[in-house]
Design a protein around this ligand. Structure first.
Ligand code: BDR
Ligand code: CA
Length: 330
């Protein structure tokens, strides 16, 4: 199995990343850190605890408070897309039966997980890059011990924030943290970036929503169905997506299946480029947060961040349906 740590800001699409991390047979979820992002950190933490309770994993998956604020910028949340709670649109979220872990900090907990799976654990980031950047700044000795850092973030030819719509939210809210990881020669080549150029192809269409709901008997399926409906409405109103919302975050998990050798490359059909990137940091720039290409390498150079552009979306959705089947039975 692939040992992973998930840093997230749930978040409608983060909820699907949590689902896949918990129920895909090839992943072992060591822990979650819930960071500021789509909503303030106390809200994303509550959402993470509630989601793992809904999935029956409250006793198995430890949840820690992650990064509380960006490095330099003032915090900006996304109530326009995710609602004030960060996870609006359903009354089916249970009161958590677990609480945040307080025995140690998220940095200590992640360090322990990395050491328990040295050279094997991948860090999955579906919110800002503040948590991973802080970990690597405070504990640089961990840089060589992490296998991959798979990040939902950035955009090469597309975006969803800033005046030019040229930045992606997760990078835009903390470009300094993003740069400290993506510009670091010791880690940039093991970063996998899943930008909006790819995630805008993971649309939860009406057909997807129907399959998520199934026969409507499972509460968890209903919960996800309602989350998708809400997310679809805000994406239609704010971003003009009329076929359904893009479910960005769980796509971070798919390339790992290929890179660890658990799926054949032609199954995942992951198309990527190897790029050195730099996020625009200037507050007064209309391109603030945009991930610009600094350099491109040949694929077999194995240098530069792995930036995804395509993958097999039918395969992806099938993983989501399978995870829902498993979760609804447990
Ligand atoms: C990213 O921003 C958040 O709103 C989503 O959860 C996703 O991680 C997409 O730009
Ligand atoms: Ca997210």
């Amino acid at each position: 199995k692939i040992p992973i740590w998930l840093d997230c800001d749930p978040g409608h699409d983060d909820a699907v990343a949590i689902l896949l991390s918990c129920f895909h047979p090839k992943f072992h979820l060591c822990g979650i850190s819930a960071s500021y992002g789509n909503a303030p950190p106390n809200k994303t933490a509550y959402n993470a605890l509630s989601l793992i309770t809904a999935m029956g994993k409250a006793k198995e998956v430890p949840v820690y408070a992650g990064a509380q604020r960006p490095w330099v910028r003032a915090a900006i949340y996304a109530p326009d897309i995710h609602g004030e709670s960060g996870l609006d649109g359903t009354s089916l979220l249970p009161t958590p039966t677990c609480t945040l872990q307080t025995d140690k900090s998220y940095l200590d907990a992640i360090e322990e997980a990395i050491k328990a799976h040295e050279g094997e654990l991948s860090f999955v980031s579906t919110g800002s890059m503040t948590s991973i950047a802080t970990l690597l700044r405070e504990r640089p000795h961990l840089k060589s011990k992490i296998r991959y850092i798979s990040v939902m973030g950035g955009g090469i030819n597309e975006g969803n924030r800033n005046p030019n719509n040229s930045a992606e939210f997760n990078i835009w809210i903390d470009p300094q943290a993003a740069n400290s990881v993506l510009r670091d020669p010791l880690v940039k080549d093991k970063c996998i970036l899943v930008p909006v150029d790819l995630t805008h192809k993971a649309i939860a269409t009406k057909l997807v929503e129907k399959k998520v709901l199934g026969d409507g008997k499972s509460n968890l399926r209903k919960l996800f169905y309602e989350l998708f409906l809400f997310f679809g409405h805000t994406y239609e109103d704010i971003q003009g997506f009329d076929d359904g919302p893009p479910v960005h975050d769980p796509l971070t998990l798919l390339p790992l299946l290929e890179f660890y050798g658990f799926e054949q490359p032609d199954k995942i059909a992951f198309v990527y480029r190897r790029l050195d990137l730099h996020a625009v940091e200037e507050e007064d720039s209309p391109d603030l947060g945009r991930t610009k290409i600094v350099k491109e390498y040949a694929l077999d150079d194995e240098t530069g961040t792995i930036v995804g552009f395509e993958l097999n979306m039918d395969f992806f959705w099938q993983q989501v349906y399978d995870a829902l089947d498993k979760a609804s039975l447990s």
